[in-house]
Design a protein around this ligand. Structure first.
Ligand SMILES: CC(C)(COP(=O)(O)OP(=O)(O)OC[C@H]1O[C@@H](n2cnc3c(N)ncnc32)[C@H](O)[C@@H]1OP(=O)(O)O)[C@@H](O)C(=O)NCCC(=O)NCCS
Length: 184
């Protein structure tokens, strides 16, 4: 690609049952590591329809990002069981589209929607080996507290829409005393 070509950003829209086949295709094409980081468990290729339906029709809401009609990203929020007012957020981006801002864009949409639905806190469940996600959460929700459960870290944060600007996120992280930073 030459320097004058523009790469369009994927489009983001609400997801539903009709996206089952395209979401299955995207998840099937993920690297082993991305698939593991998203589910922290062995997941088939393609994943079971019951899992896909939970991703597309959660207790909260879900979104897909598409490029040329193919799903390249998914984000969702769902009410955390036993923790009233807490929305669990999760996202997965296809490997070639990672690290270009799409994950934060999708999480910002999910976060805003969860807040509009009454969420006061967010929960992120992340593998302790998932450096990109740990960095993203610590920068965007620097006041999150964290508990370890085996190889998983559970981040609890006051509900807030994340900044999509790197410098804003960095200055937030720098000025906050983060309990999360104590666990790595
Ligand atoms: C985690 C994930 C959703 C982030 O989405 P993304 O589009 O790749 O990330 P973005 O480009 O929006 O960047 C978000 C932040 O992630 C972190 N990050 C992204 N790529 C990184 C890398 N290569 N190394 C370290 N940190 C990285 C950074 O903190 C970045 O924010 P910054 O602007 O402050 O640097 C995506 O990488 C993914 O799908 N990973 C596999 C599945 C997963 O881990 N899901 C999360 C658990 S539910």
């Amino acid at each position: 690609m030459n320097q004058t070509q523009l790469v369009r950003s994927p489009a983001i829209r609400r997801a539903g049952e009709a996206d089952l086949d395209e979401l299955a295709l995207m998840l099937t094409g993920l690297s082993d590591l991305s698939l593991y980081f998203r589910f922290q468990a062995g997941v088939g290729r393609p994943p079971r329809p019951a899992l896909l339906l939970r991703m597309l029709c959660p207790s909260g809401a879900s979104w897909v990002a598409t490029r040329d009609d193919a799903v390249v990203g998914h984000a969702m929020w769902a009410w955390a069981v036993g923790s009233p007012g807490t929305a669990e957020l999760a996202a997965v981006i296809s490997d070639p589209e990672q690290h270009r801002g799409l994950g934060v864009r999708m999480l910002a949409i999910a976060a805003a929607d969860a807040i509009a639905s009454g969420a006061t806190h967010f929960l992120f469940v992340v593998s302790s080996a998932n450096d990109a996600s740990l960095r993203m959460i610590r920068r965007r929700w620097p006041d999150a507290t964290v508990e370890r459960d085996g190889s998983l870290l559970m981040f609890h944060a006051p509900a807030r829409v994340p900044s999509q600007s790197v410098s804003q996120a960095r200055s937030m992280a720098a000025t906050s005393t983060s309990a999360a930073a104590a666990v790595s």
